[in-house]
Ligand binder design. Structure first.
Ligand code: CDP
Length: 227
């Protein structure tokens, strides 16, 4: 498909399959895929390693200054690096999931991440997924999608994903984490998770990847008049 240099923003609750869908779409269009959640996870891992967040999820004020020293970058294959170290596996672990939403609610953390994200978006041709991409990071994105799926489907997907990576989570723990993050993400003061007024909603509880892709290709063809 020959499409203009647009930005496609995909937002939604945790484990709605945003990143698999966004990756697939980016590959189909020849766009760059960017996972904004990975940066929040990277900041969380950094805060944990530097002991700038405690077990009660209280963030030390020193985190603000420390962010100036933090270098997070996506490799060409999309994996996240902290300086020279690939941290892709660590940022997906439950320990990070358990603390990422309180960290992502801190306004200066959001500013730090947003400035990195906007840099990647300067030339367009990206698909970015997250919680506030269509509402705050790129409010002028030419195509916005808001993804949903039932809680049961979401929990099962995340559980299977963790098991496939060799973790041994309890299903109950996974459900609890999804609920907690969804609550914090949609109730925080700075750029909470919500559907942009001009976003198209996709409930993928019962859809295959092929069906999702057919839906979005139809949407793009209709919106940009491409056959
Ligand atoms: O993979 P999953 O959907 O569970 O989460 P993620 O995309 O890896 O994001 C991890 C966390 O980062 C979310 O629960 C949010 O707290 C935060 N986040 C955010 O606040 N804003 C974004 N644009 C992306 C992620």
């Amino acid at each position: 498909m020959n499409i203009p240099d647009i930005i496609i923003a995909i937002d939604g609750y945790s484990s709605t399959g945003k990143s698999s869908f966004a990756k697939l779409l980016a590959r189909k269009l020849g766009f760059l895929y960017l996972d904004s959640g990975a940066l929040y996870r990277g900041v969380t891992l950094f805060a944990q390693e530097e002991r700038l967040i405690n077990k009660l999820n209280q963030v030390s004020p020193e985190l603000k200054g420390a962010l100036a020293e933090l270098h997070l970058e996506f490799g060409s294959d999309g994996r996240l690096f902290m300086g020279p170290r690939c941290i892709e596996q660590q940022i997906r672990a439950m320990e990070v999931s358990a603390q990422v939403s309180p960290i992502a609610a801190v306004p200066y953390v959001r500013e730090w991440v947003d400035s990195q994200l906007r840099e990647y978006g300067r030339k367009g041709r990206i698909v970015m997924d997250g919680r506030d991409i269509g509402t705050a990071v790129f409010p002028n994105a030419q195509l916005k999608i808001f993804m949903t799926a039932s809680e049961e489907v979401r929990a099962r997907r995340r559980y299977d994903e963790l098991v496939a990576k060799g973790e041994t989570p309890l299903l109950e723990e996974v459900v609890q984490n999804l609920r907690e993050r969804d609550y914090i993400d949609s109730h925080r003061e700075t750029n909470p998770l919500r559907r942009a007024a001009d976003a198209f909603e996709l409930d993928n509880s019962e859809l295959s990847f092929e069906e999702e892709l057919a839906w979005v290709v139809g949407l793009i063809q209709g919106k940009f008049g491409i056959l």
